[in-house]
Ligand binder design. Structure first.
Ligand SMILES: Cc1ncc(C[n+]2csc(CCOP(=O)(O)OP(=O)(O)O)c2C)c(N)n1
Length: 320
């Protein structure tokens, strides 16, 4: 059951701005991609934005997120720098990883973005280690760790859930369940669709949100964050969502035969960008849209005008 929509226009406008900004950025990235100016592979999260925005709404600025290689939404929702994100994709020195990481390795320690990895599931133990460090530091900070349903099949994720529960780490695990791991749907990978129940057996509250509703995600995140800050240990949220585009790249791939366009249409019918847009007065929405478009134009210019890293730094910053 979806939680009631907030009536205050300020909240709706803020959520709309967050979610529409991510959508428009990724649409622009998809449009630029065929020109070959973007040097990195891209994993778009178009359709999935409500999860990142709903969760990050509940976080403090000094909290940390750990994202996946499909991390544009997480990076932007946590306050990542759009200029630095686009420059990173262009391979430019002004990128958030000096142009050496690309789209799959967005990082922004100043904004609490821990960085992510192309190795599926590998961000999860790193996030728990960070949560352990934050707990020891004792300033009430926490981590929100995002991963996919495919990543949930990695052994290291289960070891991490156990460790986090045992040590009552301040971490919110968020599984973005889009039902797909590359071209393999969930029902060909799991005998039983009981992810949330499996996680609960480790000894942490575990909740499934099937609606994709940004208000429901936001409410659940706020409750989870309050419990985590009170010292109760980790919480797990499984958020159903859907990726509209292909696994990697800018196109649609419904002709590939591994999924049905009907599934897309069902999710598009409850698209949260359109829903929030409809909750706003027309002039307020247009003002937000215009600001987003101007910001994206400026970020594209910034990425295009920035230089590539110098040859002399080829081997710098690539080994930690
Ligand atoms: C350890 C590891 N195994 C396999 C791969 C190949 N691989 C890349 S993405 C992916 C699917 C992951 O699916 P999911 O975690 O659900 O994330 P989504 O792409 O749906 O966002 C796989 C198997 C990889 N990158 N790393």
């Amino acid at each position: 059951m979806a939680s009631p929509e907030p009536t205050d226009q300020e909240t709706i406008a803020r959520l709309y701005r967050g979610i529409a900004r991510i959508r428009r950025v990724e649409e622009r990235v998809a449009a630029i991609y065929p020109t070959d100016k973007i040097k990195s592979p891209i994993h778009l999260s178009i359709g999935q934005e409500a999860v990142a925005v709903g969760i990050c709404e509940a976080l403090r600025a000094d909290d940390t997120v750990s994202g996946t290689y499909r991390g544009h939404a997480t990076y932007l929702a946590k306050g990542g720098d759009l200029n630095a994100m686009l420059a990173e994709m262009y391979g430019k020195v002004s990128g958030c990883a000096r142009g050496k990481g690309g789209s799959m390795h967005l990082v922004g320690l100043e904004q609490g973005i821990l960085g992510c990895s192309a190795v599926v599931g590998s961000n999860v133990p790193v996030a728990a280690g960070y949560a352990l460090a934050l707990k020891r530091r004792g300033r009430g900070q926490m981590v929100a760790c995002f991963y996919g349903d495919g990543a949930s099949e990695e052994g290291g994720v289960y070891e991490t859930l156990n460790f986090a529960a045992l040590h009552k780490l301040p971490i919110l695990f968020v599984c973005e369940n889009n039902f797909l791991a590359i071209h393999e749907p969930l029902n060909r990978r799991w005998a039983a669709d009981r992810l949330t129940e499996r996680v609960a057996t480790f000894g942490m509250p575990a909740q499934r949100i099937t609606s994709g509703d940004i208000f429901e995600i936001r409410t659940a995140a706020a409750e989870a964050v309050a419990a985590i800050r009170a010292g109760a240990g980790p919480v797990f949220l499984e958020c159903h969502t859907y990726r509209w585009r292909e696994h990697v790249g800018p196109a649609e791939d419904y002709a590939a035969g591994y999924r049905d366009r009907a599934d897309l249409e069902a999710w598009q019918a409850k698209d949260q960008v359109a829903r929030l847009a409809a909750l706003l007065p027309e002039d307020a929405r247009q003002t937000i849209d215009a600001a987003i478009a101007a910001e994206i134009d400026a970020a594209v210019r910034f990425a295009e005008d920035s230089p590539f890293p110098a040859l002399e730094e080829l081997y710098d910053h690539v080994y930690a």
